[in-house]
Design a protein. Structure first.
Length: 268
Protein backbone atom coordinates (compact mmCIF):
# COMPACT_ATOMS: atom_id res chain seq x y z
CA UNK A 1 0.00 0.00 0.00
CA UNK A 2 1.14 3.51 -0.79
CA UNK A 3 0.44 6.08 1.88
CA UNK A 4 -0.99 9.51 1.05
CA UNK A 5 1.59 12.05 -0.11
CA UNK A 6 2.65 14.64 2.38
CA UNK A 7 2.10 18.31 1.62
CA UNK A 8 5.80 18.75 0.83
CA UNK A 9 5.81 15.74 -1.51
CA UNK A 10 2.86 17.12 -3.45
CA UNK A 11 4.39 20.59 -3.59
CA UNK A 12 7.69 19.33 -4.93
CA UNK A 13 6.11 17.08 -7.54
CA UNK A 14 3.54 19.66 -8.53
CA UNK A 15 6.16 22.29 -9.30
CA UNK A 16 7.74 19.95 -11.83
CA UNK A 17 4.61 18.22 -13.06
CA UNK A 18 3.54 20.62 -15.81
CA UNK A 19 0.11 19.30 -16.74
CA UNK A 20 -0.61 17.77 -13.32
CA UNK A 21 -3.54 18.82 -11.15
CA UNK A 22 -2.30 19.38 -7.61
CA UNK A 23 -4.52 19.54 -4.53
CA UNK A 24 -2.96 20.99 -1.38
CA UNK A 25 -4.64 20.81 2.02
CA UNK A 26 -8.08 20.80 0.38
CA UNK A 27 -10.97 20.77 2.85
CA UNK A 28 -14.72 21.25 2.56
CA UNK A 29 -17.36 21.83 5.22
CA UNK A 30 -21.04 22.15 4.36
CA UNK A 31 -21.69 22.80 8.06
CA UNK A 32 -19.17 24.55 10.27
CA UNK A 33 -17.04 22.08 12.17
CA UNK A 34 -18.27 19.06 10.16
CA UNK A 35 -15.71 18.51 7.38
CA UNK A 36 -16.60 16.34 4.38
CA UNK A 37 -13.09 16.61 2.93
CA UNK A 38 -10.19 16.64 5.40
CA UNK A 39 -6.83 18.02 4.30
CA UNK A 40 -6.65 16.30 0.90
CA UNK A 41 -3.19 16.32 -0.70
CA UNK A 42 -3.09 14.73 -4.15
CA UNK A 43 -1.42 15.06 -7.51
CA UNK A 44 -3.41 13.92 -10.54
CA UNK A 45 -0.95 13.23 -13.40
CA UNK A 46 -1.32 14.69 -16.87
CA UNK A 47 -2.25 11.35 -18.43
CA UNK A 48 -4.06 8.10 -17.68
CA UNK A 49 -7.29 7.31 -15.83
CA UNK A 50 -7.44 7.88 -12.07
CA UNK A 51 -10.30 6.15 -10.23
CA UNK A 52 -11.49 7.44 -6.86
CA UNK A 53 -13.16 4.73 -4.80
CA UNK A 54 -14.68 4.64 -1.32
CA UNK A 55 -17.96 4.21 0.56
CA UNK A 56 -20.94 6.47 0.03
CA UNK A 57 -20.72 9.73 1.93
CA UNK A 58 -16.94 9.81 2.13
CA UNK A 59 -16.57 12.88 -0.09
CA UNK A 60 -15.75 11.45 -3.52
CA UNK A 61 -18.34 13.52 -5.38
CA UNK A 62 -17.52 16.59 -3.30
CA UNK A 63 -13.87 16.22 -4.28
CA UNK A 64 -14.72 16.06 -8.00
CA UNK A 65 -17.07 19.04 -7.70
CA UNK A 66 -14.53 21.10 -5.78
CA UNK A 67 -12.05 20.67 -8.61
CA UNK A 68 -14.36 22.24 -11.18
CA UNK A 69 -15.81 24.63 -8.59
CA UNK A 70 -19.37 23.37 -8.71
CA UNK A 71 -18.69 23.29 -4.98
CA UNK A 72 -16.61 25.99 -3.28
CA UNK A 73 -13.82 24.52 -1.12
CA UNK A 74 -13.62 25.74 2.47
CA UNK A 75 -9.82 25.90 2.38
CA UNK A 76 -6.83 24.69 0.42
CA UNK A 77 -5.51 25.03 -3.11
CA UNK A 78 -6.43 23.50 -6.48
CA UNK A 79 -3.43 24.15 -8.71
CA UNK A 80 -3.87 23.64 -12.43
CA UNK A 81 -2.50 25.33 -15.51
CA UNK A 82 -0.53 27.82 -13.43
CA UNK A 83 -3.59 28.95 -11.47
CA UNK A 84 -5.24 28.24 -8.13
CA UNK A 85 -8.77 27.30 -9.22
CA UNK A 86 -9.98 27.67 -5.63
CA UNK A 87 -9.40 31.42 -5.79
CA UNK A 88 -10.86 32.15 -9.22
CA UNK A 89 -14.16 33.88 -9.83
CA UNK A 90 -16.17 35.53 -12.59
CA UNK A 91 -14.64 35.54 -16.07
CA UNK A 92 -11.44 33.83 -14.88
CA UNK A 93 -13.44 30.90 -13.51
CA UNK A 94 -15.49 30.61 -16.70
CA UNK A 95 -12.28 30.60 -18.70
CA UNK A 96 -10.77 27.87 -16.51
CA UNK A 97 -13.92 25.73 -16.76
CA UNK A 98 -13.56 25.60 -20.53
CA UNK A 99 -10.53 23.39 -19.94
CA UNK A 100 -12.39 21.01 -17.60
CA UNK A 101 -14.78 18.50 -19.18
CA UNK A 102 -17.46 17.11 -16.87
CA UNK A 103 -19.42 13.85 -17.17
CA UNK A 104 -22.37 13.54 -14.79
CA UNK A 105 -24.08 10.60 -13.13
CA UNK A 106 -27.49 11.75 -14.39
CA UNK A 107 -26.13 12.84 -17.79
CA UNK A 108 -27.27 16.51 -17.52
CA UNK A 109 -28.40 16.65 -21.14
CA UNK A 110 -30.95 19.12 -22.44
CA UNK A 111 -33.75 16.62 -22.99
CA UNK A 112 -35.69 18.55 -25.66
CA UNK A 113 -32.60 19.14 -27.81
CA UNK A 114 -31.14 16.76 -30.37
CA UNK A 115 -27.98 14.78 -29.85
CA UNK A 116 -26.09 17.16 -32.15
CA UNK A 117 -27.37 20.23 -30.29
CA UNK A 118 -26.31 18.70 -26.98
CA UNK A 119 -22.82 18.04 -28.33
CA UNK A 120 -22.53 21.60 -29.59
CA UNK A 121 -23.33 22.80 -26.07
CA UNK A 122 -19.75 21.76 -25.37
CA UNK A 123 -18.63 24.72 -27.48
CA UNK A 124 -20.67 27.38 -25.68
CA UNK A 125 -17.59 28.77 -23.96
CA UNK A 126 -15.88 29.33 -27.32
CA UNK A 127 -18.64 30.58 -29.64
CA UNK A 128 -20.09 34.10 -29.68
CA UNK A 129 -23.55 34.66 -28.20
CA UNK A 130 -25.15 35.54 -31.54
CA UNK A 131 -23.96 32.30 -33.13
CA UNK A 132 -25.38 30.32 -30.21
CA UNK A 133 -28.70 32.19 -30.41
CA UNK A 134 -29.00 31.50 -34.15
CA UNK A 135 -27.50 28.01 -33.77
CA UNK A 136 -24.86 28.87 -36.35
CA UNK A 137 -21.87 27.02 -35.06
CA UNK A 138 -18.62 27.03 -37.06
CA UNK A 139 -18.34 24.19 -39.57
CA UNK A 140 -15.23 22.98 -37.75
CA UNK A 141 -17.30 22.38 -34.61
CA UNK A 142 -20.03 20.58 -36.56
CA UNK A 143 -17.48 18.34 -38.27
CA UNK A 144 -15.85 17.62 -34.92
CA UNK A 145 -19.24 16.68 -33.45
CA UNK A 146 -19.94 14.21 -36.26
CA UNK A 147 -16.49 12.68 -35.73
CA UNK A 148 -17.15 12.30 -32.00
CA UNK A 149 -20.55 10.71 -32.58
CA UNK A 150 -18.80 8.04 -34.61
CA UNK A 151 -16.12 7.67 -31.92
CA UNK A 152 -18.70 7.03 -29.17
CA UNK A 153 -20.79 4.66 -31.29
CA UNK A 154 -23.67 7.02 -32.07
CA UNK A 155 -23.17 7.72 -35.77
CA UNK A 156 -26.57 8.48 -37.30
CA UNK A 157 -28.06 9.65 -33.97
CA UNK A 158 -27.41 13.37 -34.54
CA UNK A 159 -31.10 14.28 -35.03
CA UNK A 160 -32.44 12.04 -32.25
CA UNK A 161 -33.83 13.91 -29.25
CA UNK A 162 -31.98 13.29 -26.00
CA UNK A 163 -35.14 12.16 -24.22
CA UNK A 164 -35.50 9.31 -26.76
CA UNK A 165 -32.16 7.73 -25.82
CA UNK A 166 -31.33 4.90 -23.45
CA UNK A 167 -29.21 5.54 -20.37
CA UNK A 168 -26.07 4.21 -22.01
CA UNK A 169 -26.66 6.31 -25.12
CA UNK A 170 -27.19 9.41 -22.99
CA UNK A 171 -23.93 8.84 -21.19
CA UNK A 172 -22.15 8.44 -24.52
CA UNK A 173 -23.54 11.83 -25.54
CA UNK A 174 -22.39 13.26 -22.21
CA UNK A 175 -18.87 11.97 -22.80
CA UNK A 176 -18.80 13.30 -26.36
CA UNK A 177 -20.04 16.69 -25.13
CA UNK A 178 -17.20 16.82 -22.59
CA UNK A 179 -14.63 16.01 -25.28
CA UNK A 180 -16.19 18.71 -27.53
CA UNK A 181 -14.80 21.26 -25.09
CA UNK A 182 -11.29 20.17 -26.07
CA UNK A 183 -10.55 19.94 -22.36
CA UNK A 184 -7.23 19.53 -20.60
CA UNK A 185 -8.83 17.13 -18.10
CA UNK A 186 -12.11 15.19 -17.83
CA UNK A 187 -13.90 14.64 -14.52
CA UNK A 188 -16.56 11.92 -14.34
CA UNK A 189 -18.86 11.74 -11.30
CA UNK A 190 -20.16 8.17 -10.97
CA UNK A 191 -20.71 7.78 -14.73
CA UNK A 192 -21.77 4.12 -14.49
CA UNK A 193 -23.98 4.10 -11.38
CA UNK A 194 -27.26 4.16 -13.35
CA UNK A 195 -26.16 1.63 -15.96
CA UNK A 196 -26.25 -2.14 -16.33
CA UNK A 197 -22.98 -4.11 -16.01
CA UNK A 198 -22.34 -4.50 -19.75
CA UNK A 199 -22.97 -0.83 -20.50
CA UNK A 200 -20.84 0.17 -17.49
CA UNK A 201 -17.87 -1.68 -18.98
CA UNK A 202 -18.45 0.01 -22.35
CA UNK A 203 -18.60 3.48 -20.75
CA UNK A 204 -15.40 2.95 -18.77
CA UNK A 205 -13.66 1.60 -21.85
CA UNK A 206 -14.82 4.66 -23.79
CA UNK A 207 -13.52 7.08 -21.15
CA UNK A 208 -10.17 5.31 -20.99
CA UNK A 209 -9.74 5.09 -24.77
CA UNK A 210 -10.85 8.64 -25.60
CA UNK A 211 -8.59 9.99 -22.89
CA UNK A 212 -5.61 7.99 -24.12
CA UNK A 213 -6.18 8.83 -27.80
CA UNK A 214 -6.43 12.56 -27.09
CA UNK A 215 -3.90 12.68 -24.25
CA UNK A 216 -6.55 13.89 -21.79
CA UNK A 217 -6.25 12.72 -18.17
CA UNK A 218 -9.51 11.33 -16.79
CA UNK A 219 -10.60 11.30 -13.14
CA UNK A 220 -13.52 8.99 -12.34
CA UNK A 221 -15.44 8.75 -9.07
CA UNK A 222 -16.74 5.17 -9.07
CA UNK A 223 -18.29 2.64 -6.68
CA UNK A 224 -17.40 -0.49 -8.64
CA UNK A 225 -13.99 -1.64 -7.44
CA UNK A 226 -13.56 -4.22 -10.20
CA UNK A 227 -14.20 -1.63 -12.90
CA UNK A 228 -11.66 0.63 -11.21
CA UNK A 229 -9.10 -2.18 -11.17
CA UNK A 230 -9.77 -3.06 -14.79
CA UNK A 231 -9.60 0.40 -16.35
CA UNK A 232 -7.65 2.71 -14.04
CA UNK A 233 -3.95 3.39 -14.21
CA UNK A 234 -4.12 4.67 -10.65
CA UNK A 235 -6.56 4.23 -7.75
CA UNK A 236 -7.21 6.70 -4.94
CA UNK A 237 -9.09 5.23 -2.00
CA UNK A 238 -11.02 7.50 0.36
CA UNK A 239 -12.75 6.96 3.65
CA UNK A 240 -14.05 9.44 6.18
CA UNK A 241 -13.11 12.36 3.94
CA UNK A 242 -9.44 11.37 3.79
CA UNK A 243 -7.18 9.63 1.28
CA UNK A 244 -6.07 6.27 2.70
CA UNK A 245 -4.78 4.61 -0.48
CA UNK A 246 -2.94 6.05 -3.47
CA UNK A 247 -1.34 3.58 -5.84
CA UNK A 248 -1.66 1.22 -8.77
CA UNK A 249 -4.62 -1.16 -9.26
CA UNK A 250 -2.25 -4.11 -9.06
CA UNK A 251 -1.07 -3.11 -5.60
CA UNK A 252 -4.60 -2.75 -4.17
CA UNK A 253 -5.07 -5.60 -1.68
CA UNK A 254 -8.04 -6.89 0.29
CA UNK A 255 -6.44 -5.35 3.36
CA UNK A 256 -6.44 -1.97 1.63
CA UNK A 257 -10.08 -2.44 0.65
CA UNK A 258 -10.95 -3.30 4.25
CA UNK A 259 -9.33 -0.05 5.32
CA UNK A 260 -11.21 1.91 2.65
CA UNK A 261 -14.64 0.34 3.20
CA UNK A 262 -14.40 -0.60 6.87
CA UNK A 263 -14.37 -4.23 7.94
CA UNK A 264 -14.23 -7.51 6.08
CA UNK A 265 -17.86 -8.55 5.70
CA UNK A 266 -18.39 -6.61 2.47
CA UNK A 267 -15.77 -8.80 0.76
CA UNK A 268 -17.63 -12.04 1.48
Amino acid sequence: MLTPATANDVTDKGDAAGDALVLRHLSKEYRAGVPVLKDINLEIPGSGLTAIIGPSGTGKSTLIRCINRLVQPTSGEILYGGQDLAKLGGAAMREARRRIGMVFQEYNLVERLTVMENLLCGRLGYVSAWRVWLRRFPQRDIDHAFSLLEAVGLAGFENRRADALSGGQRQRVGIARAVMQEPKIILADEPTSSLDPKTSVEIMELLRNLGAERNIPVVVNIHNVELARRFATRIVGMTGGRVVYDGSPGDLTDKDLNTIYGGENWLE
